[in-house]
Design a protein around this ligand. Structure first.
Ligand code: HEC
Length: 91
């Protein structure tokens, strides 16, 4: 199991940023994230998502709450994608 995860993360780390963003978009489509959200939801708001860590945690809360079947790596890709596109936190 661990070996399989290592292989998967090896391949993920080899993909280009572009492919990662494409994949993140697909993941969010499959998990129907945008059935509750629109782009305006993803912005820095006081007292809420104010760091990359907090962003990752919120995404985890949302994916567990909605039974999205993601690997942690995939969740991380989505966090990076949303951060790159909207939040612009330092990672
Ligand atoms: C059933 C509705 C629902 C679905 C589906 C959903 N979310 Fe959320 N999400 C919420 C609610 C409610 C909040 C909290 C909003 C608040 O407190 O401002 C939230 C907050 C967030 C935030 C923080 C927004 C901010 O900047 O304050 C992110 C990022 C996020 N969700 C990502 C996702 C992702 C990725 C998915 C897909 C796995 C997803 N959500 C699916 C309801 C949903």
């Amino acid at each position: 199991m661990l070996k399989k995860l290592l292989i998967i993360s090896y391949f993920l780390s080899c993909t280009t940023l572009f492919a990662q963003h494409d994949e993140a978009k697909e993941l969010m489509k499959d998990a129907e994230c945008m059935s509750c959200h629109n782009n305006e939801d993803f912005a820095v708001k006081k007292g809420k998502v104010e760091s990359f860590k907090k962003l990752s945690q919120t995404i985890d809360a949302c994916r567990f709450g909605n039974d999205a079947d993601w690997f942690d790596d995939e969740s991380h890709d989505v966090a990076k994608y949303l951060n790159h596109k909207f939040y612009k936190f330092k990672e």
